[in-house]
Design a binder for this molecule. Sequence first.
Ligand SMILES: [Mn+2]
Length: 524
Amino acid sequence: MGGHTFFYQYLTPSGVCDVGATHASSLHPSIGKTKKNEMSHISFFFRIFAKKNTMFTKDIYINRRNQLRSDLKTERKDFKSGLILLPGNQDVSYNYQKNTYRFRQDSNFLYFFGLNKPNFMGVLDLDSGEDWLFADDFDMDDIIWMGDMPKVSELGASVGVIHTAPMSELQNMIAKAVDEGRRVHFCDPYRGKTRHQISQLIGFRYSSLKNFASKKLIAAIVKQREIKADYEIAEIEKACDIAYEMHTTAMKMAKHVGTYEYQIAGRVEGIAMEHGGTVSFPVICSVNGQTLHNHYHGNKITEGRMLVLDAGAELDNCYSSDITRTVPVGGKFNDRQKAIYEIVLAANMKAIEMCKPGIKYRDVHLIACLTIAEGLKKLGLMKGDMLKAVEHGAHALFFPHGLGHVMGLDVHDMENLGEDFVGYDDETKRAKEFGTAYLRFGKKLKEGFVLTVEPGCYFIPQLIKQWHNEHKFSEYINYEEVLKYLDFGGVRIEDDILITKDGCRVLGKPVPKTVADVEALMAS
Ligand SMILES: [Mn+2]
């Protein structure tokens, strides 16, 4: 295996000729339908097997850049002049320099410049209104190892950028701007290489760079990216349909006692890759679902356990999905499993029912918490006034995370810009209580938001024992009963939804989630 092998897949053999075709597929009639059960098999297969495309038409990128520039220029005095720096990602080494991880483009760069290749830098000039792309053309060595790449000028033209130049000239442009007293605006980078690159270019110290990052730029980007256009929703829905295949395949495999988790995880990841992309985050596949992000896949699945699979697809253009299902190993829920599962399912469905523009997602989260608490009270695991229990955070023993997050080009969309800039605003501040403090997104919903709804119920032995020893919330928690569930594991049920004009709809082909539907699929 050569060091450059991973690179091949990012070079479209037809180069820029692919550009634009996606737009046609986005006109498919599945767009605009409001009920998930209207989703026909025909549209599902159309989306799954439609020709894969990497980019939108160049007008989309031109408009996105112009919108960002004009939003900032009209609303912000300090953006009347200067440069906006939008760095693309570089390759990252795995175990030695030339053996790199699969390349992942920066999502801001992808959103505004569309090119899914390493070593590009985008600049928006606020004074001249020009857009610039800086990158180096391939030399013969690059061509021998990695194949040909269209000229940077051709790639620029494919996304509506007329001004392109070698990377070395970026330094001159920045130096000139700094000399003229014009500001260079950027978002705080999350990768060391990019942090180093920007520090060098502007002349700030690496360690203090974040103090100079622009919060106003971040706010403007969030405002633009959080509302998904129809053609973006079509892409996200393709990713959801791939997740349908991943999850239903895993469910059928989980019927077979004695299978190893890694066999299921491997198949699931393979399905994502079969569709030209990859997984949107490392697969969570475990019979120890009480560990929220369990990436250990070495267990044999056994009767009496439940398998949590939290997995989604990322398309070749990086739009993603994120779905979770929990199924009984062997294919039949026992009574105890069914009881806990039904509580989480009720929370999932009630939350989805509530989602519409104008409602705060934190309120939806709290209703999901209440649904879980009331269900557990019926089972004898909690006691007392459940409204007060949720207010005080007692439910967090069982549901210690947030209800969901926004999703798009990133599975946790724009999280690199800072979770609080994305999920909270002046009106809704992050809560401080254990559990609700982990809610990534709490602000008011708007039409065009895409987010996950993922309640769960977990029995984390260490946490239960700690709270029990401290007699924590003993007025709300019946520890004697809870201690009988230390061997249970956890249940999470997650769907991806789009906020519509007056409600919401679940994206993608519905993955079975009622007890009857899950058992029927596992028996098939
Ligand atoms: Mn999620």
